[in-house]
Ligand binder design. Structure first.
Ligand code: SAM
Length: 280
């Protein structure tokens, strides 16, 4: 439950991951990436290797999987997790905006939930295009975090979501974050600018609905996550905003408890999976 009700503790889908990266999503990746014997497939921003493990378990015949990420710790885990399952995948440290590969060496290139974290989006997409052979596939799967749907049956719940959004935006601005939270639906046009012909867009709704007041432990987790975020704030005004947000969250918890079984909370975000083909 605590992991389910997360829109008040993060500005992205990260804690909802288990909800959308399921077997159906892995099958979708396989279908779109079109792995053939001898193919090289690159996962940019591979993180802990979720894609390599999921695709590797499908035992794609003679397909070489590569993952690149800028964080060494994540790559270490990716190496350990693939080895533990006897999956052959190669990993490299690198920046999505300056990939450590020659031109046109991959048959398919993809990224999942990565471009939302990159300020220099055009360069990252240019790099995806550069390393993909002509006629090869590029798949980008990204959300529109700015257009999240939120419903709460209490007025305070609605206000808490709005204040939480302001708090997380202030935190992001203070650390100089200029990434675009709405990148998902913009990608067909961006791919098109970089010699990648957009071919399809597939939407994955990521939804959570709760009926009945959440348990005390769920509110405690929310609190804990917000307190940790306040701890990362450097400016006094953002700390104050965080403190106001915590107070509102506590009131929301009380209202939810009084509403009991009539309490409803719903959230939904869309993931946009755009597939394109590298032009000549
Ligand atoms: C939300 S995680 C997604 C990981 C993986 N694609 C998955 O879906 O499991 C985002 C990943 O992108 C990586 N990342 C962010 N910016 C990057 C950049 N400029 N170059 C390479 N990796 C980057 C992060 O280190 C992180 O591992």
């Amino acid at each position: 439950m605590a992991r389910d009700i997360d829109a008040l503790t993060a500005s992205t889908l990260k804690h909802l991951r288990e909800r959308w990266w399921d077997d159906k999503f892995t099958s979708f990746l396989r279908e779109r990436l079109l792995p053939r014997p001898g193919n090289r497939i690159l996962d940019v921003g591979c993180g802990v290797g979720t894609a390599e493990v999921s695709l590797g378990l499908l035992q794609l015949s003679q397909v070489r999987l590569y993952g690149v990420d800028r964080l060494v710790d994540r790559l270490r885990q990716a190496v350990a997790d693939t080895r533990a399952r006897n999956i052959r995948a190669r990993f490299a440290t690198g920046d999505a905006c300056a990939l450590p590969f020659k031109d046109a060496v991959f048959d398919s290139t993809f990224c999942v939930a990565v471009l939302q974290h990159i300020a220099d989006l055009e360069n990252a997409v240019r790099e995806l295009a550069r390393v993909t052979r002509s006629g090869g596939r590029v798949l980008v799967v990204e959300p529109d975090n700015a257009a999240r749907y939120w419903f709460s049956s209490t007025e305070t719940g609605k206000r808490a979501f709005e204040l939480g959004g302001r708090f997380f935006t202030a935190l992001a601005l203070a650390r100089g974050d200029t990434t675009d939270p709405s990148v998902g639906p913009k990608l067909p046009a961006i791919l098109d600018r970089h010699k990648i012909e957009p071919v399809s867009v597939h939407l994955f709704p990521v939804s959570v609905a709760h009926l009945g007041a959440p348990a005390a432990s769920a509110w405690a987790s929310r609190r804990e996550a917000i307190v940790a975020s306040i701890g990362r704030a450097e400016s006094e005004s953002i700390k104050r905003l965080g403190a106001d947000y915590l107070k509102l969250l506590d009131r929301y918890a009380e209202e939810a408890a009084s509403a009991g079984s009539a309490f409803v909370e719903i959230q939904n975000t869309m993931l946009f999976a755009t597939m394109g083909v590298r032009r000549e």
